[in-house]
Design a protein around this ligand. Structure first.
Ligand SMILES: Cc1cc2nc3c(=O)[nH]c(=O)nc-3n(C[C@H](O)[C@H](O)[C@H](O)COP(=O)(O)OP(=O)(O)OC[C@H]3O[C@@H](n4cnc5c(N)ncnc54)[C@H](O)[C@@H]3O)c2cc1C
Length: 135
């Protein structure tokens, strides 16, 4: 069962695929979740219909918790993510962004990997600057 909480932005092909997999699509708006003793019992649609359920998987929207990147004037890409180049530098020279703030994946392994790439890039830049000063 897939509940889209309003009209699902799916193509005809995607709808067909869900149907082929036996996944029912419910596009009604969701009013609330029902639970008893801290356990989920169902999904309540705005027409008051209750869909009994013991578990759900959510895809919550992500947004920037801190306004720091906005205040600093960073450019943003899609999904409210700070735009970075290959070296993880933001649109502001010398300012790097790593982890969830600049990645859509929300995975620890990805955040760590991006941090490592940024560290390598920063080290490279600082080394180059030192070499220029030594000349
Ligand atoms: C409920 C949940 C479950 C998850 N489960 C998994 C999982 O099973 N496996 C997995 O790989 N990933 C999981 N993730 C994603 C994972 O937690 C993130 O991808 C990872 O923590 C990103 O690391 P980060 O350093 O970018 O950000 P964060 O870990 O969010 O660290 C950012 C830090 O900055 C601090 N901060 C924010 N604003 C300011 C400010 N203005 N001043 C000072 N400090 C500030 C915050 O308090 C926080 O400590 C889950 C996330 C959530 C929310």
């Amino acid at each position: 069962m897939l509940c889209s909480d309003g009209p699902a932005e799916l193509t005809h092909e995607q709808r067909q695929q869900l149907s082929n997999w036996g996944v029912q699509l419910r596009e009604e708006k969701i009013a609330r979740l029902e639970y008893q003793d801290d356990k989920l019992t169902g999904i309540v649609f705005t027409n008051n219909e209750v869909l009994p359920r013991r578990g759900i998987l959510l895809r919550p929207p992500s947004y920037q918790h801190s306004h720091l990147a906005t205040k600093l004037g960073c450019k943003f890409g899609s999904n409210d993510i700070v735009q970075v180049d290959e070296s993880k530098q933001t649109s502001i020279p010398g300012l790097y962004a790593v982890g969830d703030v600049s990645s859509p994946y929300s995975q620890i392994a990805v955040a760590v990997a991006i941090g490592t790439l940024a560290a390598v890039a920063i080290n490279h830049t600082l080394t180059e600057e030192n070499l220029v000063q030594l000349r």
